[in-house]
Each structure stands twice: as C-alpha cells, then as structure tokens.
Design a protein around this ligand. Sequence first.
Ligand SMILES: NC(=O)C1=CN([C@@H]2O[C@H](COP(=O)(O)OP(=O)(O)OC[C@H]3O[C@@H](n4cnc5c(N)ncnc54)[C@H](OP(=O)(O)O)[C@@H]3O)[C@@H](O)[C@H]2O)C=CC1
Ligand SMILES: O=C(O)C1=N[C@H](C(=O)O)C[C@H](O)C1
Length: 234
Amino acid sequence: MKIALLGYGKMGKTIEKIATERGHTIILKVDKDDNDYDLSEVDVAIDFSIPSAAVQNITNCFNTNTPVISGTTGWLDQYENMVALCNEKKGAFIYASNYSLGVNLFFELNKKLAKMMNPLDTYGITMEEIHHTQKLDAPSGTAITLAEGIIENSNKSAWELDNGNANGNTIPITAKRIENVPGTHTVSYTSEVDDIEIKHTAHNRNGFALGAVVAAEWIKDKTGVFNMKDVLGL
Ligand SMILES: NC(=O)C1=CN([C@@H]2O[C@H](COP(=O)(O)OP(=O)(O)OC[C@H]3O[C@@H](n4cnc5c(N)ncnc54)[C@H](OP(=O)(O)O)[C@@H]3O)[C@@H](O)[C@H]2O)C=CC1
Ligand SMILES: O=C(O)C1=N[C@H](C(=O)O)C[C@H](O)C1
C-alpha cells in the first residue's frame, strides 16, 4: 500500500517504522503548514499532525478521494463537519482518539463499569490523564472518549477539566504533563470504604501506530465514515 504521512513527528515516525515492517511504502511525508502536496498516487493518508492542521489535511484527502485515517486530537468541535464532507464527497474516513487495541478494549470495559456503577450513589467518579510535556491539547482525546462513554451509560451530564469545584453531575478530569510519558489514563470510583480504579498505561507509541496502520489497511477499498470498533470488530 502507498501511504502518505500527514504529520511526521513522534507518531509519524513510529507509523513509518511499523508500516514499512508490514510491507507498505511511505510515498509522501508532510510536516509543515503547506497544503500544496500531491495525493494522486496515495492509497491511504494517515494524519497525525497538530490540532490546527487536521481539518485542512482531512479536507484535502476528501477533495482528492483519498481514504484518510486521523489520530490528531484537539479539533473535535469540527468532527460533524468532517463527517458531512466525507459523506458529500463519498470519501472514506476514520477518526479515533486512540488507535491502540488495549485502549479500545479499555473503552468497552469503561462503559460496562459505568453502567454497573451508575445506581451506586455512594461512589464519586474522577479521571486522570498523564502525557508528555509537548502535548498541545488537554484533556487528551482519549480522556474525552472515556468521559463520553461514562456519560452515555450513567446520569453524568458532562466532563470538565478539574478545577476542584466539580458538582455531582460532572466528571472532573485531571490532566498532568510529565516528561516522556506516552499516555496513561485512569478512571476512579471512590467511596468512604473503598476505591475501584481501571487504568491503561501505554509503554511506548507502538500500539497507537500499529492500530493506525491496521485501520489504514482495513479502510483502503471502503467508502464511508468508520471507527475503531468497526476495524477491530468489537
Ligand atoms: N489517536 C491516537 O492513537 C494518538 C493520537 N495522537 C495525537 O496525534 C497528534 C500528533 O502527535 P505527535 O506525533 O506526538 O506530535 P508531534 O508534535 O511529535 O508531531 C506533529 C507533527 O505535525 C507537524 N505539523 C505541523 N503543521 C502541520 C501540517 N499543516 N500538516 C502536517 N503536519 C504538520 C509538526 O511540525 P512542527 O513541529 O514543525 O509544528 C509535527 O512534526 C497529536 O494530536 C496527538 O494528540 C498521538 C498519539 C496517539
Ligand atoms: O498526544 C499524545 O501523545 C497522545 N494523544 C492521544 C490523546 O490525546 O488521547 C492518544 C494518546 O494518549 C497519546
């Protein structure tokens, strides 16, 4: 498969290594604010860029009929517009806040636990995400997906970045930035008598990158808007 990497930072470089090991060829690398790139020979584009560039990169893919996988976080207020554009252009698109198999299993576990905990009003809920210090967005896209999974399955109405004033209806998310941490997410339920915690710790970026390449292989000849549950059959 001929792949374009839209974003060639930490993730772009890890994806290059894994895609090459799986027999694919990287024929285009874009790493700056330059829209004048040629996607005509590309089978699938993989966007891991920056929040302010993702929408333009994805739009360029739809306009050239190039299937696109996006892992960039921090632009999700535009997601529905991208879905509409993909459908209008009959494109192929996957966005996931986290492409690793482990986190996608964790998403499902989180939803099941939220459903079980919902009637138990003796427990309060908090979330924590920890990432490296170069991360541009907070909370992480993964933390937002986890919070949305809880909201769908409980009487919580929203999430908020923890400012110490959360009321009982919202999920407070603490975002910590520590040198070299690839991504750690914890969901905690706390009562007077005990705590229940579920936690995912990424040891490196290989799981994210492998998931993105598997998603690219999966979407190559498809049309439509999909997610990682479709790819993984969860
Ligand atoms: N969904 C998932 O599984 C995962 C998602 N992510 C997300 O992926 C994104 C990238 O992460 P990461 O690789 O660690 O970040 P990096 O900062 O290492 O890489 C981003 C790269 O994009 C470049 N860039 C800037 N403008 C553009 C543009 N217009 N088009 C293409 N590239 C551009 C940046 O260049 P410059 O530095 O010069 O600005 C930088 O090299 C983040 O949003 C992160 O949250 C990360 C890991 C997993
Ligand atoms: O910026 C990162 O590094 C990561 N970003 C994603 C997110 O915002 O959830 C996924 C992963 O946690 C690493």
